[in-house]
Design a protein around this ligand. Structure first.
Ligand code: NDP
Ligand code: 3PG
Length: 575
């Protein structure tokens, strides 16, 4: 695209106008626009900046609006990671980490490579942060949180709305990182960013409602008491929240922790997954542009295996919100006395009864089992179908699988390379085990590098690993069952209990099966899914601790504080 090809955001030379409600010591100097070339769009953006009288009302919002206008003037494909708005987050070829309101290089002098799953070459590099840098981030977070907790709720919400708008405006460059780092199909990558912006806005609104309410209790309802004590309760922040999301939703599962933490008055330290870290850094920059106080949000990069234990066992952490695999089980054993929110793996079962609408089932199995190449914790991971309808169902699913496009994420293919070579090897191990033990392959098994063609495995038996293990890849086992009880038994014998689904036209049977399935959620006549993002989302057994979803996350990241008014003598309201 000609004309305006970069809108760089640079720190102002002079001290910025401080928002009246932000303590000046914590103010994150916000940004001015500079342009690398002239164009009508540039002139338009500049004239808007000049005309907008950034005096008493809000210089911050003028600048943010101007940033938005300038971004809108850019074509989606003209913005590359580390250029334009995101120039300041990268130094040479290594992305910086975010601490104390700015982008920094680690003193370690070391970096971590992010390998593009499609090319299998290094795509990006991020800083390998040191323990000392973690200590500093924790100290800054503690200080910033105290001031943030004194910031009125509606003002916290306002900043979150701003961050959401900036995030959505920058969907293209962030999605591009997702395509390159985790091979997410390009349309899904854009959807992830837009969904994340919506989640942040919804959280701001929900927070204003639920944190604006407390309880008033009187003592005479408890035996032996007169009405001489009034108890007022409200929700207070926990302090510093450590957020660790997984590779498959590095932006969405980061903001699903960041936004509830912030609206509730907490500070946040984010440790993004290595694959997906650059997308996450871009997302953090959107929060930076929104003007949050310095130190309140930080993003530490580095390999989880190296820096993870130091972070999760850090005394400065007051709550851990983690999404990922077995690592979560290990963290929960090591973490100290802090609240934990753990969203871990799943082996979501799809139980299909004889009376089910098999076209609907087939469509849901293919979408549920193979979207993002099966790399979703809520993917359908085992089909338990009544023998009498199994042949018909398998044929229908097979026909749909044949239509899935396989190839690079840039082409928006349905099936794209899985995240890493080790993941592809693990998936292949499960497939080969099933082959040796006699499963029926509905398609020929094919793999090139990290790209695995979709495979439906029929006649899977419980002695095969794929019957129980989570492939996190485009491989779906079908187990034929002779009774509903057999299906429920298989589902409940799993160590996981995230979601499950049941397909039947009989709502009474559906409810009974839902009640019998030991999972956090059961979907009736649809594939498992986390969204919409305000729904509660939780796993039983090894699938997690606590519940996510916007309301539940806000509640989880707060504590109840009571103030009791003791009257000298009982008082009863007469009305
Ligand atoms: N229930 C749910 O909501 C979801 C569950 N999952 C599950 O996650 C798994 C796949 O995701 P994946 O990212 O590979 O999961 P991992 O558990 O490998 O990693 C998750 C996060 O933990 C970090 N990490 C690694 N080691 C440590 C450590 N010792 N201490 C602290 N953090 C650490 C990782 O960083 P790094 O990348 O640097 O190693 C990453 O940010 C699957 O099992 C899937 O089912 C995934 C999404 C959602
Ligand atoms: O990480 C995951 O896989 C998600 O939490 C599932 O989200 P989805 O159902 O929206 O894909």
């Amino acid at each position: 695209m000609g004309g305006l090809n970069a809108a760089a955001v640079v720190a102002p030379a002079h001290a910025p106008q401080v928002h009246p409600w932000l303590p000046s010591s914590l103010y994150n100097p916000t940004h001015q626009l500079s342009f690398s070339s002239s164009s009508p769009s540039r002139a338009c953006a500049l004239s808007l900046i000049r005309c907008s009288a950034p005096s008493k009302l809000s210089r911050l919002s003028v600048r943010v609006e101007a940033a938005l206008i300038a971004e809108r003037a850019l074509s989606d494909d003209s913005i590359m990671a580390g250029t334009g708005t995101f120039e300041e987050i990268v130094d040479g070829e290594i992305f910086k980490y975010y601490a104390d309101g700015g982008w920094r290089k680690s003193s370690s002098g070391k970096s971590v490579a992010i390998v593009n799953p499609t090319t299998r070459k290094t795509q990006y590099k991020v800083q390998a942060c040191t323990q000392e840098e973690v200590n500093k981030v924790m100290e800054a977070a503690k200080v910033a949180q105290k001031a943030w907790a004194r910031t009125p709720l509606w003002k916290r919400a306002e900043l979150l709305h701003r961050a959401a708008a900036i995030l959505k405006e920058h969907k293209a460059p962030i999605a591009e990182c997702l395509v390159k780092e985790i091979a997410k199909p390009s349309k899904d990558a854009v959807t992830e960013v837009v969904r994340s912006g919506d989640l942040v806005s919804y959280t701001a609104e929900e927070g204003v409602r639920i944190l604006g309410e407390g309880k008033f209790l009187v003592s005479d309802s408890f035996p032996g008491n007169e009405r001489s004590k009034y108890c007022l309760t409200s929700k207070i922040p926990l302090g510093v929240i450590l957020a660790i999301p997984p590779f498959n939703y590095p932006v969405n599962l980061a903001v699903s922790k960041i936004a509830p933490a912030l609206i509730a008055g907490n500070a946040i330290v984010l440790k993004p997954p290595t694959q997906g870290a650059v997308a996450a850094l871009h997302m953090v920059h959107c929060f930076h542009l929104a003007g949050f106080p310095k130190g309140l949000i930080s993003c530490i990069t580095g390999k989880g295996s190296e820096i993870g234990d130091f972070l999760t066992m850090h005394p400065g952490v007051n709550c851990i919100s983690f999404t990922g695999g077995d690592t979560g089980v290990a963290i929960s054993k090591k973490a100290g006395m802090v609240p934990l929110q753990m969203e871990l793996g799943g082996k979501d079962a799809c139980i299909v009864l004889e009376d089910a609408d098999l076209d609907l089932v087939a469509a849901n199995i293919v979408k549920g089992g193979f979207s993002y190449s099966g790399q979703r914790c809520t993917a359908v991971k085992v089909v338990l179908v009544m023998e009498s309808v199994a042949d018909v169902l398998v044929e229908k699913v097979k026909a749909k699988v044949a239509k899935l496009s396989v190839g690079p994420p840039e082409d928006d293919c349905d099936i794209t390379p899985v995240v890493s070579e080790s993941s592809a090897n693990f998936i292949e191990g499960l497939v080969m085990d099933a082959k040796e033990k006699g499963a029926t392959f509905c398609q020929e098994y094919k793999r090139e590098g990290n790209l695995i063609w979709p495979v439906l495995l029929d006649h899977v038996r419980p002695d095969m690993r794929i019957a129980w293990e989570e492939p996190f890849g485009p491989v779906l086992p079908v187990i034929r069952i002779s009774s509903v009880d057999e299906g429920i038994h298989h589902c409940n014998a799993s160590n996981f209990g995230l979601q499950g689904c049941v397909f039947t036209r009989d709502i009474n049977k559906a409810i009974m099966i839902s009640d019998a399935m030991e999972t956090g959620t059961v979907q009736i006549n649809s594939a498992p899914a986390r969204g919409p993002d305000h729904f509660p989302f939780q796993g039983l057994k090894d699938s997690g601790i606590g519940s996510q979803g916007i309301t539940n996350s806000i509640n989880m990241m707060t504590k109840i504080k009571s103030t009791v008014i003791n009257l000298p003598s009982p008082s009863y309201t007469m009305g």
